[in-house]
Design a binder for this molecule. Structure first.
Ligand SMILES: Cc1cc2nc3c(=O)[nH]c(=O)nc-3n(C[C@H](O)[C@H](O)[C@H](O)COP(=O)(O)OP(=O)(O)OC[C@H]3O[C@@H](n4cnc5c(N)ncnc54)[C@H](O)[C@@H]3O)c2cc1C
Length: 494
């Protein structure tokens, strides 16, 4: 018998679970399938950036995740800009047991009423946007579901035919050693080291294992190691300064490897099917922010879906899709840009591995119109990031209360899709070369139309008076000072 749902989510990684939880909070019925027969399944990607904590708060999932084994306050011993290592504190980052993390989120999803099927394999998808007919199998049954939307959260297993490869190929090779075997000076720090042919990452895991991982070019590594991955990993450790003590230790686990090449999906939102998390874009693991970005993007996709389904006019549906697409491009472009800069900083940056990654640029894409448009938009975003120079914040002369001021002549007012409550709305925003991107909110406060008075000349007292109607006078003063110091407001000369 066929039963009905609003959302059909494929994949129980952080992206699928996060979107499922948020959409369920927004009032939708959600069915989620996960294909893994082993659960909790083993999973890499355990170093979580501080932003994950905010997302967990937002999903009200703290209690559910309280017992997930994790380590905090591990400093990083880093040999990147120079061969001389430095130690960096990471007070808010954590290394979690990712299998337990994903499992706890899945349990929470079930507890909140999300219908979860695992292990389940998808048999077929038919129908069209708003009216999908899906068939999937669990060990004892075949299920038919009718769904309004499909969310593809299959991670790197999602379809690869429509992907922009935006960086040279990268592969990860890793093994685990027993924590007891690790020299004590290494056991309580995360280690990161740039080597001529790639980089090494090592950390203690919450379950007393120590993982050492090598990221390198798969073609070069095959050539240089004559296809012997273990000697490639051990040799790289041996040639390093920080990992030399690990090079000859017995491996507790079989050697593992995976593709780690960053990419972005071209067909992110197609007629009622959306990709989220690594299915939509995979980041270079160098930032250890894949989980955070996958979860954050899922939340944004949930808002886009909600806006789309509640839209009263086609224009709102277009806005929802634009918002999804903009967030996808923006997240990816920023990361891509940041990654290239980070690769440029390495002490061995003149080596081919580093040179190839040091310039943000497109590598390969299918030759279709959609891919062409995507490349154009992505390139524009990357160029914009490249041309932005943070303004020098000088101690500007104090603005006098009755001084006549106005927006700087280069300020433009543009429309920007923003999240307001649970939906996407088009809001007015300021654009200026001194702003990295259009600004609609300042300290969670919508700045327009309040500041619109500065399109003409006005006394600072009257601007403060107007802003003071929607925020405290103190905050209004700080806002005006902020604009003034960045050169976004100028003295009106006539
Ligand atoms: C080498 C490497 C190191 C990394 N290190 C870090 C790190 O330290 N920190 C960090 O934040 N990120 C890291 N990442 C990135 C991080 O792992 C991912 O960004 C994150 O797991 C993405 O979450 P996701 O939910 O999109 O996908 P996944 O976590 O991959 O989840 C996808 C789920 O979908 C399921 N699935 C797949 N196909 C199907 C199907 N047909 N039907 C049903 N279910 C299906 C899978 O079994 C899986 O459970 C790393 C990535 C790599 C490659």
């Amino acid at each position: 018998m066929q039963h009905q749902t609003d959302m059909f989510v494929i994949g129980a990684g952080p992206a699928g679970l996060c979107a499922a939880l948020r959409l369920q909070q927004l009032g939708y019925r959600v069915v989620l399938i996960e294909r893994s027969t082993v659960w909790p399944r083993s999973q890499i990607g355990e170093a979580l950036t501080p932003g994950v904590k905010n997302i967990i708060d937002y999903l009200d999932a703290n209690e559910a995740l309280a017992n997930v084994p994790h380590l905090t306050r591990l400093p990083t011993r880093l040999s990147w800009r120079s061969r001389i290592a430095e130690t960096v504190a990471h007070a808010d980052a954590a290394v979690v047991d990712r299998s337990a993390f994903d499992a706890a989120l899945l349990q929470l999803a079930q507890a909140r009423g999300i219908e979860v099927h695992r292990p389940a394999s998808l048999n077929s998808v038919a129908g069209s946007a708003g009216d999908w007919q899906l068939s999937f199998s669990t060990p004892n049954a075949t299920h038919q579901v009718q769904a309004r939307m499909i969310l593809d959260a299959r991670g790197r297993q999602s379809s690869q035919s429509q992907q922009l490869l935006c960086a040279p190929r990268l592969s990860a090779l890793w093994a685990e050693v027993a924590e007891n075997d690790i020299p004590s000076e290494l056991a309580h720090v995360t280690l990161v080291e740039a080597l001529e042919q790639g980089w090494l990452w090592g950390t203690r895991l919450p379950d007393r294992r120590y993982r050492v991982m090598l990221l390198s070019d798969p073609v070069a590594s095959r050539r240089l190691s004559a296809g012997r991955p273990e000697s490639w990993l051990r040799g790289s450790c041996g040639a390093s300064r920080l990992f030399a003590g690990v090079a000859q230790l017995p491996f507790q686990s079989p050697l593992q490897m995976c593709v780690a090449t960053p990419y972005m999906a071209i067909d992110g939102w197609q007629d009622g099917r959306l990709k989220i998390g690594d299915a939509a874009f995979a980041l270079d693991p160098i930032s250890s922010s894949g989980v955070e970005k996958a979860m954050r993007f899922s939340l944004q996709a949930a808002i886009a879906i909600h806006t789309f389904l509640q839209a009263e006019a086609p224009a709102q549906q277009t806005l929802a899709r634009e918002f999804y697409q903009q967030r996808l491009i923006e997240t990816y472009a920023r990361h891509h840009f940041w990654t290239a800069a980070y690769y440029r900083q390495a002490w061995c940056s003149e080596q081919a591995f580093w040179q190839e990654r040091a310039t943000p640029g497109m590598i390969a894409a299918p030759g279709n119109r959609e891919a062409g448009l995507m490349i154009e938009t992505l390139q524009k975003e990357i160029d914009q990031l490249g041309s932005y120079r943070e303004p020098a914040i000088e101690a500007a002369p104090e603005m006098l209360v009755h001084q006549m001021i106005r927006f700087h002549h280069l300020v433009q007012i543009v429309s920007l899709p923003c999240v307001v409550g649970d939906k996407v709305e088009l809001l007015p925003a300021m654009r200026h070369p001194h702003l990295e991107r259009p600004l609609a909110f300042w300290e969670n406060e919508a700045i327009l139309p309040g500041l619109g008075i500065l399109l003409q000349k006005a006394s600072s007292a009257s601007v403060l008076g107007l802003l003071g109607q929607s925020m405290s006078l103190q905050k209004a003063r700080r806002l005006l000072a902020w604009l003034w110091q960045r050169g976004l407001v100028e003295i009106a000369s006539d």
